[in-house]
Design a protein around this ligand. Structure first.
Ligand code: EPZ
Length: 418
């Protein structure tokens, strides 16, 4: 199995371009089946979550092409199957938001119950209750969800909590329902606004994304489109934290500073210098940074849960003590034992971690347990003294393209064994 070998202690210098956001490309690929015409998404990264979503789309009858410039074209004309292949659905949790577009297009959908994953149970009760309020009949039996949308209609829906996936699913399930559907207590993440813009570019009538109330006016048909999704704010944030940990001076191009304003606000309190201009973010960092007293993960625009473990890695070598509360997912501290193996001083109780900064981590053999936790172990290895070996990096491949070549181009000493 592939692993990363990292020789730590080198500053990062240089520039990198940010590609399209995984958590935008995935719902947009699902939404592409809402039309019978071709859809092209630009600037997409080569990552396994996207590869798996393309396999699912191929498995239900779409023709998929991708070129070396990051363009993905979906031809959904011959969509023939309303059952999401079970094995792939299990592999890719985000297949759950194929339900909405599948029900809108085919009026039926059959999907295996997506399991939990490394960061928590990942229930879909809010998706299902919202779909039922849209008049969709859902039979849950023997691990499958058998859905019938023959009687689907517009509705007023209040989400129990601002779930990103449920907001996206219900937007896509409503685009053809006659009349006006109103979703309240919606997620406000930038990826929701990106989905609204994508659907409207296809001829839908969606408004309010980015606020807690989204209004969908039903239309009869959607047409094909060529669309450039927003850049990946979590990738941008990960490399910014890497530079904060290693010292040096890097710039990100093609990023949207506003999408990571909570991270920028936090890091500006630690004595690293961050400057933003249009789609460029630069960070200059030197020496040991001041600890952040408290970090609470929150729904957007609060501090993103997807940057929690990367920020924890930074706090392990900062000056002082930091309290990190993970308020979104129930088991997102699985990387803590691996960081402790590298010399970190962390104690966890329930959903709170207390991180006492040490002057330096030391290299060790560690294993990635999930996507973002794996990325945080790479960051820890970059800043540690000596050599770190990160195993099970297939987790990281789900969301990070070319991590070794990108970091090497910034001066890091990192290689990938086959
Ligand atoms: C999306 O997951 C992202 N994934 C996650 O990114 C991200 O961490 C999460 O949003 C929060 O921002 C994609 O977009 C593909 P949620 P999603 O529904 O939609 C609970 C990464 O690393 N909940 O907003 O699954 C849920 O358990 C991934 O890129 C219910 O209780 O997240 C969690 O506690 C990880 N019932 C909270 O809501 C439901 O029906 C937020 O989950 C749905 C969710």
């Amino acid at each position: 199995m592939s692993r990363y070998i990292i020789e730590g202690g080198r500053p990062l210098e240089g520039c990198l371009r940010i590609k399209a956001a995984k958590n935008s490309v995935l719902p947009l690929l699902a939404a592409s089946i809402l039309t019978q015409e071709k859809v092209t998404l630009q600037n997409c990264p080569q990552i396994s979550d996207i590869k798996n979503m393309l396999k699912i789309l191929t498995g239900i009858g779409c023709v998929v092409e991708r070129d070396d410039e990051g363009n993905i074209t979906i031809d959904p004309k011959d969509l023939y199957c309303e059952q999401i292949p079970c094995v792939l659905a299990k592999e890719l949790r985000s297949s759950v938001f194929l339900m909405g577009p599948m029900l809108s297009r085919m009026k039926k959908a059959k999907i295996s119950y997506p399991g939990g994953c490394e960061i928590g149970m990942r229930p879909i009760d809010i998706h299902l209750s919202g779909l039922r309020e849209l008049g969709i009949v859902i039979d849950e039996e023997s691990g499958y969800l058998d859905c019938d949308a023959a009687g689907a209609h517009a509705a007023q829906i209040l989400l129990d909590l601002p779930s990103v996936g449920a907001t996206e699913n219900l937007m896509m399930a409503s685009v053809f329902n006659k009349g006006t559907t109103v979703l309240r207590n919606c997620a406000k993440e930038p990826e929701i606004t990106d989905l609204q813009n994508f659907l409207n570019a296809m001829g839908a009538r969606v408004s309010g994304a980015g606020s807690s109330m989204i209004v969908i006016e039903g239309v009869n048909k959607l047409h094909g489109v060529t669309y450039r999704p927003i850049p990946d704010r979590i990738i941008a944030g990960t490399y910014i934290i890497a530079a904060a940990m290693c010292g040096g001076n890097i710039c990100l191009e093609g990023a949207i500073p506003e999408h990571i304003s909570s991270l920028i606000a936090k890091l500006s309190k630690t004595a690293c210098k961050i400057s933003c201009k249009n789609d460029k973010i630069s960070i200059r960092s030197k020496g040991r940074l001041k600890s952040l007293e408290r970090i609470d993960t929150m729904y957007y625009p609060g501090f993103p849960t997807d940057l929690q473990t990367q920020m924890m890695a930074l706090q392990t070598i900062s000056r002082g003590t930091s309290v990190i509360a993970e308020n979104i997912f129930e088991t997102r501290f699985k990387t803590v034992p691996q960081l402790i193996k590298m010399g970190a001083d962390i104690t966890v109780r329930d959903r709170t971690a207390v991180v006492r900064g040490v002057p330096r981590l030391h290299g060790a053999q560690v294993s990635a347990t999930d996507l973002r936790g794996g990325a945080s172990l790479v960051l820890a290895g970059l800043a540690a003294e000596g050599v770190t070996e990160v195993k099970d990096i297939y987790h990281i491949d789900r969301g990070y393209e070319d991590m070794a070549p990108i970091l090497s181009s910034l001066g890091a000493k990192i290689s990938r064994t086959v």
